[in-house]
Write a protein that binds this ligand. Sequence first.
Ligand code: NAD
Length: 311
Amino acid sequence: MKIAIIGIGSVGSAVATAVKNTGFVHEMVLFDRDGVRARAAAEDLGHAASFGFDVKITAVSSYRGIKGSDIVIISAGANQKIGETRTDLLNKNVEVIKDIIPKVMANVDIKRVKIIMVTNPLDVLVMLAQRISKLPSGKVIGTGTMLDSARLRTILSRQLSVSTKSICGNVLGEHGDSSVIDWSSINIDGIKLDDFCKQIKISLPMTTKNTICHRVHNAAYEIIQGRGATWDGIGAAVSDLLRCIINDEKRVLTVSCVSGIGNDTVAMSLPRIVGKDGVIITLKPKLSSIESNALRKSAKIIRKNYNLINN
Ligand code: NAD
């Protein structure tokens, strides 16, 4: 299994580290327009790999080096600075994706390749990458709200004193400020959230739920405030998605890809079954009317931003 990572900044390096530590990739090639940075990262990661699984890690100086890749991960582009939203990155990163995708497509086997998108604003750039690449929509997959869902589960785990592994709870919609918590479906190993709270004698009133929602929306901003960028969480999310594809696990993940939403077709996160061919099926969660309206609003925001880049 050969994978290529395009963009070896904080996120690309964290992705490479997380993937290297899983042992299911035998070759990783790194490309960045800053070749010195990519070569330095490949050296450092190569040294680290000698303590773990055998994986060949090389920096490539042209897109020809990604030939033979099964999966290409795009983590290139500007990141949020303090006070910036993901949408503020739109104009800069549209140009980055327009630069990268044709070069990727000219050097991969279009029947075999899958693209994992990480660059923000994620959903709009998934739509753009899918359009430029002309790949089937299920093969251009954004990490979407996998990270937001992990943040939700972490907060709930602390609140309820139960392992994140027992919490089934998703964030849907935009990977951004309009994302929606699917409270209706949250359960703890099959026990509905409210029942579980009753049984363990914890109260989770609406005010607490609103605070949790705010913390999920604000998580990236807080991390950026404290460390300048976010990388470990997304590194682990990409590695988890990659494992699901490589091993054909057919797990349900909240990833983003272009699909029909109401009367429109946009990329946003919904629970989707993911396997070796990418997204296989998109599921329809049973939402409350408030959640459904919020999800429609989220889709409209993505559509509006996508239309902006096409004018
Ligand atoms: P960074 O500035 O540390 O690294 C970006 C890298 O991209 C740099 O090394 C730069 O040289 C490279 N690059 C820029 N344009 C390029 C091009 N045209 N071709 C090749 N390489 C190019 O930024 P980062 O912190 O690693 O963030 C990267 C992206 O990931 C940002 O858009 C950020 O918002 C996004 N991100 C997404 C998630 C998510 O959940 N989807 C989470 C965290 C960060």
